[in-house]
Each structure stands twice: as C-alpha cells, then as structure tokens.
Ligand binder design. Structure first.
Ligand code: ADP
Ligand code: MG
Length: 339
C-alpha cells in the first residue's frame, strides 16, 4: 500500500497559520506593536500607508535583536518569551506563540532592521513570502524597525477581501487605541500617508484617555478602584449622562492585554442599570489585574478572548466596584486630575 502523508513545507505551513493570525492590516499593527512593547520600547512609531494595505511599519527603541535572532525571529514557533508549557501560566509578555513574524513574512514583503545597544552596527533582513532575499550589515539606531509591505501580495483572494481604506483604517486605529491605552507609560506616534494622526506622550492613564478621546472626555471620567485577593480593578467609567449610542469606548484590559468579554460587559451594564437612557452604552476603561495562573490566554491566536478560572466572582466584584464608584460620584462629584 502506498504512503500518502507528507509534511507540509514550512512556507505552506506558515501561510496556513497566517490565515489565523493575520486577517487584515490591523492584525499586523497589533502584532508589531506588541512585539515592540515586549522589547521594552519607551517610544513606538507606527507608520501606515493606504490604511496599512501597502505599508505597516513599526519603529521601536527597544532592546533590538542579534544577527542570529533577527534571522530566527521569522521561523515558526521561534520565540524568546517562553521556554516551557508551564511558562504559559506565568506570562509577562504579550507574545509567546512565536508565529506572528513567520506568518506575516509568509504573506507580505518584510524589511527588518535591528540593533542592540552594545553593537556598533545592526542587521537588515529582507523577506518576501517566507523567502529570505538578503541579510546585511546596516547602520541603524538601537531598537527595531519592521516594515510590512504589500500585505497578501501572494494571496489575491485575501487581498480582494480587504475592505475600503476608511474601514481598514478604522480597524488599525482601534488596534492602536487598545495598545496605547494599555500602556500609558510608553509614548506612541502614528502617521497615515505621511500625516500625523496621533501623538501620545508618555503619561498617566487618565491623561492617555484624554489624549486619545479628546479634552471633553476628562470631565466625564469616574475613577474605579477595588482591590481584593483575586482581582484588582483600576480605571474609569464614563458618567451615565455621557453614555453614547455606540460601543466605541468600552475597554477591558486583563493584565495589560485588551480583551473582549460579553460576560464582563454585562457586569458593567448591570452596574449602570437604571442610569442609562435606552439605546445608549456606558463608556468604560477598566484594568483588571489577576493572577496569571488563574487565566488561560491561549484559546485563540489573536488572544483577545481569555478564560478565567472563576468568572462569576470577577463579575460580582466588578459590578460592585463600578456601582460603588457611580454611587460615590453622585454624592461627591469630585474629580482629581492626578490619578
Ligand atoms: P512572539 O512575540 O510570540 O515571541 P513573534 O513572531 O512576534 O513571536 O516574534 C518572534 C521573536 O522575535 C520574539 O520572541 C522576539 O524575540 C523577537 N522580536 C520580534 N519583534 C521584536 C522587536 N520589535 N524587538 C526585539 N525583538 C523582537
Ligand atoms: Mg509577537
């Protein structure tokens, strides 16, 4: 009987994996920004062209990569962030799957420049559709720059599936907001087609929210703080009278990672019960800190859904703390700008 099973070549495996990791330019933005954060950057620049369809570039001033690591970073399952399966429950980095760069390089033209502090010169790699075209010595500042050009150049069906530039730009900006909100202590700039879209200096959480959503936001924020054994909550909810018709200002971060949770969203809605006009949605910017052992982030490649050990307790604490803040605010509407 003939054997018919074959191992897929790496570039094919990478392209398949890319289907899960990279849906649109915004997915590339997310992965590159997260890598810059993991590299301890203090200033991160995002440059995009044509809503990211022709260029997504992220320039950071982080730790950079050695010549060998720069090459290895494009291999699948190549990561400096975990060493064993146990590490999955002790995560202190955004990344850990080691597949973003391999996936991106499988479906785009990528140019990477990187230099570590101690080195005089850096390294530059050009990769097109998983194929390394060159690796050369280059003069470049400390840190890493990755330019991702012509996304889906080799998968016309995916390229055609992309939405109009305004829609894709919206997704990119949403992603940028999520990352920038999770890291107010890092400065971010974003340019689209050569024009500055955001310039966010290093600041505190409240100021970061205001810098993104405008000065008017400041007066509507009500601080939320709670600390229990299993959950620490910090951040803000919007006063009920400022509730919006859209859900654009609803953010949960768990251990500094943006997540979506219909269940926790329900906890907030229930805390706002009776305070919102019909058809409006509360704004919230809430950071939840939990023991990394009590969550599983590895349920989807984009990591925006996570599993909590004890969701019901978190729900109850969250609801109570938001209710408490809203109640306090109606008795004593004092806002301190310093928080
Ligand atoms: P992951 O982030 O899950 O480890 P990636 O494919 O995103 O996987 O990146 C692979 C590796 O490349 C990272 O583990 C890291 O060592 C290195 N790397 C990627 N981007 C940067 C960067 N901006 N600065 C320094 N190192 C980076
Ligand atoms: Mg990564």
């Amino acid at each position: 009987m003939a054997d018919i099973i074959q191992l897929l070549p790496d570039h094919v495996a990478n392209q398949i994996a890319a289907g899960e990791v990279v849906q649109r330019p915004a997915s590339v933005v997310k992965e590159l920004l997260e890598n810059a954060i993991d590299a301890q950057a203090t200033t991160i620049k995002l440059l995009i062209k044509d809503a990211g369809k022709t260029l997504v570039q992220v320039i950071d001033d982080g730790v950079g990569m050695s010549v060998t690591d720069a090459r290895l970073s494009f291999e699948r399952h190549a990561t400096s962030k975990i060493r064993s399966a146990e590490d999955l429950f002790q995560l202190h980095t955004k990344g850990f799957r080691g597949e973003a760069l391999a996936s991106i390089a499988a479906i785009a033209h990528v140019e990477l420049k990187s230099k570590q502090e101690a080195d005089d010169v850096g390294t530059e790699i050009v990769i097109e559709g998983s194929e390394v075209k060159s690796q050369e010595v280059v003069v470049t500042p400390k840190g890493t720059s990755i330019a991702v050009k012509n996304l889906f150049f080799n998968i016309p069906a995916r390229r055609n599936f992309l939405k109009s530039n305004p829609v894709e730009l919206r997704h990119v900006i949403d992603e940028f907001h999520r990352v920038a909100l999770a890291h107010p202590n890092i400065a971010f700039v974003m340019y689209h087609n050569g024009s500055e879209v955001f310039n966010l200096p290093e600041s505190n959480y409240r100021q970061r929210i205001v810098n993104i959503f405008g000065n008017k936001t400041n007066e509507k924020l009500v601080p939320v703080t709670e600390e229990t054994e299993v959950l620490k909550v910090s951040g803000f909810v919007g006063k009920p009278e400022f509730a919006k018709k859209t859900r654009g200002e609803q953010f949960f971060f768990v251990n500094n990672r943006f997540i979506k949770s219909a269940y926790l969203n329900h906890a907030i809605n229930s805390a706002f019960e009776g305070l919102l006009k019909d058809g409006t949605h509360a704004s919230y910017f809430l950071n939840l800190e939990v023991d990394p052992q009590s969550i599983d982030i590895n349920i989807h490649p984009t990591k925006t859904e996570i599993k909590f050990d004890d969701e019901q307790t978190l729900y109850a604490i969250l609801r109570a703390s938001v209710k408490h803040s809203l109640g306090q605010f109606s008795i004593a509407p004092v806002l301190d700008f310093e928080r």
